[in-house]
Design a binder for this molecule. Structure first.
Ligand SMILES: [Zn+2]
Length: 302
């Protein structure tokens, strides 16, 4: 039996947001139902910025339900929702935090989040975020995913040198362990080799959400033909994958989890990108493993 953190990024799609009811509300309701059946708790990183422009009573009610039924709420910010453009971290991050907390105070004033996950996992350079961690009392980051490296016009992450640990303290750089007061709980990754890449079947079950996320062309469209081919080849030959409930074939996924020698695994999933298989796998994890939240996991390790 493993200790499993089940974290969910609660948000619409990046490129075409999609219908809030089918992309957010319905899948999240089904997730919550499963958690409640097994009496376990998850961590929901909520992106509130989109809902400033498109307020939705069902979303507010659901966020209340998530919080008051004991799940952890974390801060999740995609700054591009401020102006609706595909520019990520250089927009006004201070304003993003102000808006996020104003919204949060309206919906769930009693909630004091301690965990953060960057939109598109962007936490580098951390010096841009650290002042807001201090100002808002955030002490845990969960954006790092060892091995991932993307350098594009909209996403800059370089987690190649991340420690191979399920939790560690840091001060100024979430990739450098120190005896600082902040904690990193990385999303667990595994290396998918070429054989697995060739053999991995594409899941044909439809996703719950009906929006469209950013694709390869949005991310790498500014690169030359040669550079794009290189990225595709690099991704194919050896790539790190995050543990997730999305696009899974449950029989393979629980075998993979079983064969993984690590005891603690942190999953990242998006309700919008899940499907019936994801819920089946979620039920298996809730039934057979110790499930905890980011905050509680940090608490037991301190
Ligand atoms: Zn997100």
């Amino acid at each position: 039996m493993k200790t499993v953190i089940l974290s969910f990024d609660y948000e619409v799609f990046g490129r075409v947001p999609g219908n809030v009811q089918s992309s957010v509300i319905e899948p999240t309701d089904r997730i919550l139902k499963l958690f409640s059946h097994y009496n376990k708790k998850g961590t929901f990183f909520i992106d509130l910025l989109y809902f400033v422009a498109f307020p939705d009573k069902a979303v507010n009610d659901q966020i209340k339900r998530i919080f008051y039924s004991g799940h952890e709420i974390g801060v999740h910010i995609h700054p591009h929702w401020i102006n609706g453009e595909v520019s990520i971290f250089k927009s006004d991050i201070k304003k993003c935090f102000e808006i996020w907390y104003t919204m949060k105070d309206k919906i769930i004033p009693d909630c004091c989040p301690v965990s953060y996950r960057g939109g598109a996992l962007m936490v580098q350079p951390f010096s841009e975020l650290k002042p807001y961690f201090e100002q808002y009392g955030l002490i845990i980051d969960s954006s790092v995913a060892k091995g991932l490296y993307i350098n594009s016009s909209v996403q800059h992450i370089d987690f190649r040198n991340a420690p191979s640990k399920s939790i560690y303290a840091f001060t100024d750089d979430p990739l450098t362990e120190s005896n600082g007061t902040l904690l990193e709980i990385p999303i667990t990754t595994y290396k998918q080799n070429i054989i697995e890449n060739l053999g991995s079947e594409k899941n044909t079950i439809p996703k719950f959400g009906d929006g469209i996320g950013f694709g390869f062309n949005d991310i790498h469209g500014d690169k030359s033909w040669m550079q794009r081919k290189k990225i595709i080849l690099r991704n194919f030959l050896s790539s790190y994958r995050m543990y997730t409930l999305e696009n899974v074939i449950p029989e393979f996924s629980w075998l993979k989890l079983k064969l993984d020698p690590r005891k603690n695994i942190c999953f990242i999933s998006h309700p919008k990108s899940m499907d019936e298989n994801s819920l089946y796998y979620l039920g298996y994890l809730l039934k057979n493993h110790t499930v905890t939240t980011i905050k509680n996991y940090a608490g037991t390790r301190l």
